[in-house]
Design a protein around this ligand. Structure first.
Ligand SMILES: *[C@@H]1O[C@H](CO)[C@@H](O)[C@H](O)[C@H]1NC(C)=O
Length: 371
């Protein structure tokens, strides 16, 4: 099985990648012009902070195992390039940028050469496996949310260099900010490592996360964000790896305890967002809670309604535990019916499932963001 994958040499892959990059670079310009001509962008830029759901490749240059810049990641991306996106193709940031008529792909802030236009219309600072608990990024060697804000400050001065202070202010004023993190805090730091669970019960740990959320949102607000979409947590206990690791038994049912933790966090975060919203008149930005719990639960429980027949296993390898470094085409086969799967690896949705989730967000929340 998959001997062709194994036989492919690194040099061969590298040559293919270079050819693909050249093709992409040539294809990018006309596509961008077309979008601009056909539909007016709804925002000036999209600026994203968060974790792997939103990370288009910021982890690629880090010393961490949490990377997706190797096959089979990207197997359905243009040119089959593994860009670092944790999926077989596009991730939510790309669908958000497309849905706002802004651009086809939202680039990572790190590790790529941006055109001025790409910087001006937004980037993602997200880093796979980070979280609101300051310990979470440290355990796995990825970029903290605080550091993502420091990169934002650097990014802002690049915008000033390109377009001047006044235009930069206009861009930030007209931008949509998106924040998505917290899953790794609960799934990894709390339930997988001993560092927090020895000291905190779930409600106390949720308090710790909420302190991080509030501090982060105040810091984003202080940077001039006018509109922020804040994603809640998915049903963490129903993600394939959690079904396997969480004592769901041989039938690998959802882990109720982990879903309850996600729901408690979601309830508390919504309270916090309401409170911060009351500061609205005092200049706090429009802050909208984006519920992704229900839509992902529906995908998992009623997959067939959305055309998915495999909802409990990822497409990569056995689909029960493999993610990032363990999901590697050199060692593990990849399924040949990815479109039937909700999950690509044991943790991250497929491109098709991501599209369902982002369509849901657009249908339900876009008007709250005054777009
Ligand atoms: C927010 O900013 C303060 C002051 O710079 C800093 O101490 C804190 O760590 C920041 N919090 C986050 C989550 O970025």
């Amino acid at each position: 099985m998959h001997t062709s994958m194994r036989r492919r040499t690194t040099a061969g892959v590298w040559r293919r990648l270079q050819a693909v990059l050249v093709a992409l670079a040539m294809a990018a310009r006309p596509a961008q012009c077309e979008t601009q001509q056909s539909k007016k962008p709804l925002v000036t830029a999209v600026i994203v902070f968060g974790d792997s759901i939103m990370d288009p490749g910021n982890n690629n240059g880090l010393h961490t195992v949490v990377k997706a810049n190797h096959p089979p990641y990207g197997k359905d991306f243009a040119g089959h390039v593994a860009t670092g996106r944790f999926s077989n193709g596009l991730i939510p940031t790309d669908f958000i940028a497309q849905g706002l008529n802004l651009k086809q792909l939202l680039p990572p802030y790190l590790g790529v050469q941006h055109t001025p236009e790409d910087l001006l219309t937004g980037v993602s600072f997200a880093s796979g496996a980070t979280g609101f608990d300051p310990l979470t990024p440290i355990i796995v060697g990825v970029i903290s949310l605080e550091q993502q804000l420091a990169y934002f400050d650097e990014y802002r001065s690049k915008l000033v260099g390109i377009a001047g202070e006044e235009e930069t202010r206009r861009i930030i004023d007209g931008a949509l900010f998106v924040v998505c993190a917290g899953t790794d805090d609960i799934a990894n730091t709390y339930y997988t490592t001993p560092f927090r669970s020895a000291e905190y019960d779930v409600p106390a740990y949720v308090d710790l996360l909420l302190a991080g959320v509030e501090s982060f949102l105040r810091n984003v607000s202080a940077r001039g964000a006018k509109r922020i979409g804040f994603a809640g947590l998915p049903p963490i206990g129903c993600v394939p790896s959690q079904r396997t690791l969480g004592g769901g038994g041989p039938r690998r049912g959802c882990v109720p305890e982990r879903n309850a933790a996600a729901q408690l966090y979601n309830a508390r975060v919504q309270e916090l967002i309401r409170e911060l919203g009351e500061e609205d008149r005092a200049g706090f930005p429009t802050l909208v809670y984006l519920d992704i719990y229900a839509v992902i639960q529906d995908l998992v429980e009623n997959g067939e309604r959305h055309g998915f027949s495999e909802t409990t296993r990822g497409c990569c390898s056995t689909g029960t535990v493999e993610v990032a470094v363990l999901c590697d085409a050199r060692f593990a086969p990849v399924c040949d019916d990815v479109a039937d799967h909700v999950f690509f690896d044991s943790y991250h949705p497929t491109q098709r499932a991501y599209k369902v989730i982002v369509d849901y967000i657009f249908d339900h929340y876009i008007h709250f963001l005054h777009l």
